[in-house]
Design a protein around this ligand. Structure first.
Ligand code: NAD
Ligand code: G6P
Ligand code: MN
Length: 442
């Protein structure tokens, strides 16, 4: 393969997902060749914690690629062609608040859904807008591939502020991860499954799983399997307890609504009381991830730093997040038009819900970005759910951009995981105090 070498910037490189993303870039070096890799984070300490591991891995596997580690945002974007964005405003410290504060009010504690997702959205929007403006100063044609959560809200905000910018793509790895899991259960190659899907980010349904070599829709077979077996992620042995429960709730959702296969995140909207009741307010996913992934990755990075060589060290690879980020960029860069589940402006893809919603559907990725496959109408049940959720997303973005307390209260009341305005107000006031360094409403 003789492909043009590219310049890539990773924003929020202090994320402990970065070493595995670098492993994916290494594994895909023929398909997605690099000229220069720029690592940017606002927190110098977080860069330094992983810098040696990354540098040594790259020196071993891709010695010709120029590397730059920087906390200077001007430097980060000069000449860049692809920006992979994965920042978390407030880091794990604030993720802890997102997940724990709602539990005080018997509401779900989740980083992207319910009050936690709201608070995190309010923190993400402005830094993301700032980032896009900065990138456009230095790299007007660069592709911005955004994974920063809550991606649903970030997508609506960026579309509102930069409606003409056609080189911003918001995308989520959960559908990809679910397809990988379906493939394992069905004993087929994940890349042979072409899905159809509709909804909003972290709020959607699979309607078809076409097996490309045979033309068969595998969804009926999978649904039958799930009547008798728990749904398990492809890497169940490595997953923490909370994720296994989450996957099992797909079976439960389907026992009520068997028509389509729901995204795991819908559990928070169908079973909020039960999930809140079964959560430990002193140990949420933030703690689990900190004591799991973060600890393991930072230990490995420290080892690399201490021995100053890659000898005997494992090359981490992002089987979902990392691989998907690189495949998505590859499909755009080389106009491959591969099918992914993408976020795009509705514009009649789903004909009977708001046209300005950022919907999540199956679509192709090529040189002009994402093109969603037309879906047609969704049934009344799904239409009702999606419209409520989209109204919540839209009001959240408006509340943030206008610093409008009333809109925030309306948004939270519309959220199916909350509903009660008394609780919505209580959790909003508490969240606002905890987030006062990031946002404030009046
Ligand atoms: P993390 O908290 O470990 O790291 C985030 C990093 O972002 C930190 O090093 C922090 O210093 C940095 N940061 C914060 N504000 C920044 C800014 N303004 N500019 C540059 N860097 C900044 O995060 P994580 O848990 O590994 O997740 C990273 C992000 O990716 C989160 O937003 C997470 O929700 C998201 N994510 C999304 C998907 C998806 O499907 N869309 C999948 C995985 C992770
Ligand atoms: C999935 C979702 C992401 C989310 C992540 C959380 O990949 O699609 O949006 O950020 O899970 O994973 P974690 O291990 O940090 O809880
Ligand atoms: Mn996601």
């Amino acid at each position: 393969m003789n492909r043009k070498k590219l310049v890539v910037t990773i924003v929020g490189c202090g994320s402990t997902r970065t070493p595995a993303l670098v492993g994916s870039l290494i594994n895909y070096k023929e398909n997605f060749p690099l000229k220069k890799l720029i690592f940017f984070d606002i927190d110098k300490k977080r860069i330094e914690a992983q810098e040696d591991y990354i540098r040594l891995a790259m020196e071993k596997h891709c010695p010709d690629v120029e590397l730059l580690f920087t906390d200077n945002e001007d430097e980060a974007y000069i000449g860049t062609e692809y920006v992979f964005c994965q920042m978390r405003a407030g880091n794990f410290h604030m993720r802890g608040h997102d997940e724990k504060i709602p539990l005080k009010y018997d509401l779900i504690g989740q980083e992207t859904c319910g009050p936690g997702g709201f608070a995190y959205g309010m923190r993400s929007i402005k830094p993301m807008i700032h980032m896009v403006k900065k990138i456009r100063e230095y790299a007007p044609n660069a592709w911005i591939l955004n994974y920063t959560n809550p991606a649903a809200i970030v997508a609506v905000a960026l579309d509102k502020v930069f409606p003409e910018d056609k080189r911003i793509l918001n995308i989520c790895d959960q559908p990809y991860s679910m397809i990988k899991s379906f493939a394992k259960l069905l004993d087929v190659d994940q890349y042979d499954i072409e899905p159809r899907y509709f909804g909003l980010n972290h709020f959607g349904w699979f309607t078809e799983l076409r097996h490309v070599p045979t033309g068969e829709d595998l969804l009926p077979k999978l649904k039958k399997y799930l009547l008798e077996h728990d749904f398990k992620p492809y890497n169940a042995e490595q997953r923490a307890a909370s994720w296994l429960k989450t996957y099992k709730n797909v079976n439960k959702m389907m026992s009520f609504f068997p028509e389509y296969l729901p995204n795991t995140y819908l559990q928070y909207y169908f079973f909020p009381e039960e999930i809140a009741k079964n959560s430990d307010p002193n140990y949420t996913r933030a703690d689990e991830a900190k004591n799991g992934r973060e600890k393991q990755v930072l230990e490995l990075c420290k080892k690399a730093k201490d021995q100053n060589s890659f000898e005997g060290l494992e090359l981490l690879v992002g089987a979902v997040h990392g691989n998907m980020m690189v495949e998505v960029a590859e499909s755009i860069a080389y106009d491959l038009n591969k099918v992914y589940i993408v976020m795009v402006k509705n514009d009649n893809i789903i004909s009977n819900i708001p046209q300005d919603a950022m919907v999540e559907v199956a679509g192709t990725l090529g040189k002009d970005g994402a093109k969603g496959y037309e879906f047609g109408q969704v049934g009344t049940f799904y239409k009702g759910l999606i419209e409520g959720q989209y109204a919540y997303e839209k009001l959240t973005v408006e509340a943030c951009l206008e610093s409008n307390y009333q809109k925030a209260l309306e948004a939270l009341t519309l959220n199916r995981s909350i509903v009660n305005p008394v609780k919505a107000k209580a959790v909003l006031d508490d969240m606002m105090q905890a987030n006062k360094d990031y946002w404030w409403l009046s």
